[in-house]
Write a protein that binds this ligand. Structure first.
Ligand SMILES: Nc1ncnc2c1ncn2[C@@H]1O[C@H](COP(=O)(O)OP(=O)(O)O)[C@@H](O)[C@H]1O
Ligand SMILES: [Mg+2]
Length: 387
C-alpha cells in the first residue's frame, strides 16, 4: 500500500480530501479577515523608510480542486520612493498575483495571502516612540481600512483597457466617479474640471470631446491614456502597471511608456511595471526583479541585470530577445520547456530541468539567495561559494 504508482491523476478519495481541506482553509482565512482588529495588529514599521513598499516573504496561494497552487511563494523585494521597479518573467510565474496581493484584490475565497508582510509606508501614520516610520501591513489590513489606500495611494493600470472601462458610461462619467469617491463634498463642476485636467495631463487633445465620449469611440491607445488618467486622479504614490502595453501596437506602446515615465518624474510617484518584455524594462526601469514559478530568482538595478545577468534563466531571457544586430537567418533562442505548475513543487531549484548549466548540487534544496552586491541578489548554486 505504501508504494503507490506515480500518476498525474487524482483519485476520488484524494479529491474529496483536497476539497474538504480547502473549505477548512478558506473558512479560516476568511474568518481572520472579518475579525475586528486594533491598528496595532495591522501596522508595523518600515525596515528602510526610503522605500514605499517592502514585500517580505509574501506567500499567496489558491485553494483549487487539484491542490494548493503556490502562485507567490516567498517573494521579497522593495519598491523605493520615486523609482520604477520592473517585474519580469514568463507567463504564469506570479507577477499579477503579486500585484493583486498589494492591492488586496486576490480572488477570494480561493485565493488568499497566507504569509509574509506587505509594508506600505503611509505618510499619515507618522512615527512610533523610537522614531521608526510606521507602516501598514497590507497583508493584515482590514478591507475597510484598505479602501483609504486602494485607488487613491496605490492604483493599478490593467492590460486591456476595453475590459476595464464600463461600456455604458461616458469617459467623463467614469472619471468624475473617481473624484466623488476620493474627495468628499466635491461638486459636479469641480469634478468635471479635475477630470478634464487629468485628460490634459495624459496628452489627450480635445479633452472636452473625449470627456463626452463612450469607450468604444476611442482607439486602444486613447483608452489606455484614459485608464492612466483615472489612475492619476487621486494623486497616487504607487502606480501598478500590469502589462500596460501588451494589447497595443508597437508605436502606441512606445508613446504610452514614454507618458508613464514622464508622469512618474513629474508627479514624483513610484511605478511597479509588470511585463514579460525585457526591452520595455530596459527602457523604463531603475530596478529589476526577475520572477520564476512564484519566486524571485534574481534582482538588482537595471544596470546589473542587463550588463551582468547571473541566473541562467535571466541570461536565457536576454538571449531570447531579438536584437537589431543579430543575424537574420539565425533562429531566435528560446528557453526549452515550460514554467512548472506551482502545485506541490519539490524543495529544489524549480528551473533545473530547463537549465543548461545544472549540476549535481542543483538536486539539493532550493538554492539560497546569494548577495552579489548591495543591490544585486541571485538564487543559484552556480554562485554559492561553499564548495
Ligand atoms: N484565480 C486563480 N485560481 C487558480 N489559480 C490561479 C488564479 N489566478 C492565478 N492562478 C495561478 O497562479 C499562477 C500565477 O499567475 P499570474 O500571477 O497570473 O501569472 P503572470 O506572471 O503571468 O501574471 C499561475 O500558475 C496561475 O495558474
Ligand atoms: Mg499577468
Amino acid at each position: 500500500m505504501k508504494k503507490k504508482k506515480e500518476t498525474n491523476y487524482i483519485s476520488i478519495r484524494e479529491s474529496r480530501k483536497i476539497i474538504r481541506e480547502n473549505v477548512r482553509q478558506m473558512r479560516y482565512y476568511e474568518k481572520l479577515k472579518r475579525k475586528p482588529k486594533s491598528p496595532a495588529e495591522y501596522t508595523t514599521v518600515m525596515h528602510d523608510e526610503n522605500n514605499l513598499i517592502e514585500l517580505d516573504n509574501l506567500q499567496t496561494c489558491f485553494f483549487t480542486d487539484n491542490g494548493t497552487v503556490m502562485s507567490v511563494n516567498g517573494v521579497s523585494f522593495d519598491i523605493p520612493k520615486n523609482k520604477i521597479v520592473g517585474v519580469v518573467g514568463e507567463s504564469g510565474c506570479g507577477k499579477s498575483v503579486t500585484s493583486l496581493s498589494i492591492m488586496q484584490l486576490v480572488q477570494a475565497p480561493q485565493g488568499q495571502v497566507v504569509g509574509g508582510e506587505i509594508r506600505y509606508n503611509a505618510e499619515e501614520l507618522g512615527r512610533d516612540a523610537e522614531g521608526n516610520k510606521i507602516a501598514y501591513d497590507i497583508a493584515r489590513t482590514p478591507t475597510k481600512e484598505m479602501y483609504k489606500i486602494r485607488g487613491k495611494d496605490i492604483t493599478m493600470i490593467f492590460q486591456e483597457p476595453m475590459t476595464s472601462l464600463n461600456p455604458v458610461f461616458t469617459i467623463g462619467n467614469q472619471l468624475d466617479e473617481v473624484s466623488f469617491v476620493h474627495t468628499p463634498n466635491i461638486d459636479k463642476a469641480a469634478a468635471k474640471a479635475h477630470s478634464i485636467d487629468m485628460l490634459k495631463k495624459v496628452g489627450i487633445a480635445m479633452p472636452e470631446h473625449v470627456y463626452e465620449s463612450y469607450p468604444h469611440e476611442l482607439s486602444g491607445g486613447m483608452r489606455q491614456r484614459v485608464m492612466i488618467s483615472m489612475a492619476l486622479a487621486g494623486n497616487p504614490r504607487l502606480i501598478i502597471a500590469d502589462e500596460p502595453t501588451t494589447a497595443l501596437d508597437v508605436t502606441i506602446q512606445a508613446q504610452i511608456l514614454e507618458l508613464l515615465k514622464e508622469l512618474q518624474k513629474r508627479e514624483g510617484c513610484s511605478i511597479m511595471l509588470i511585463t514579460h518584455d525585457l526591452g520595455v524594462i530596459a527602457e523604463m526601469a531603475d530596478e529589476v526583479v526577475v520572477m520564476y514559478a512564484g519566486k524571485v530568482i534574481e534582482k538588482g538595478t537595471a544596470r546589473e541585470i542587463f550588463h551582468n545577468p547571473m541566473h541562467p534563466y535571466t541570461i536565457g531571457l536576454q538571449k531570447s530577445k531579438p536584437l537589431i544586430t543579430s543575424a537574420s537567418d539565425e533562429p531566435l533562442y528560446s528557453i526549452p520547456g515550460q514554467v512548472p505548475n506551482p502545485i506541490n513543487l519539490p524543495n529544489c531549484c524549480y528551473f533545473k530541468n530547463r537549465c543548461n548549466r545544472a549540476c549535481e548540487r542543483c538536486n539539493g534544496q532550493y538554492p539560497p539567495e546569494i548577495k552579489v552586491s548591495d543591490t544585486h541578489y541571485v538564487s543559484c548554486y552556480l554562485y554559492d561559494s561553499e564548495d
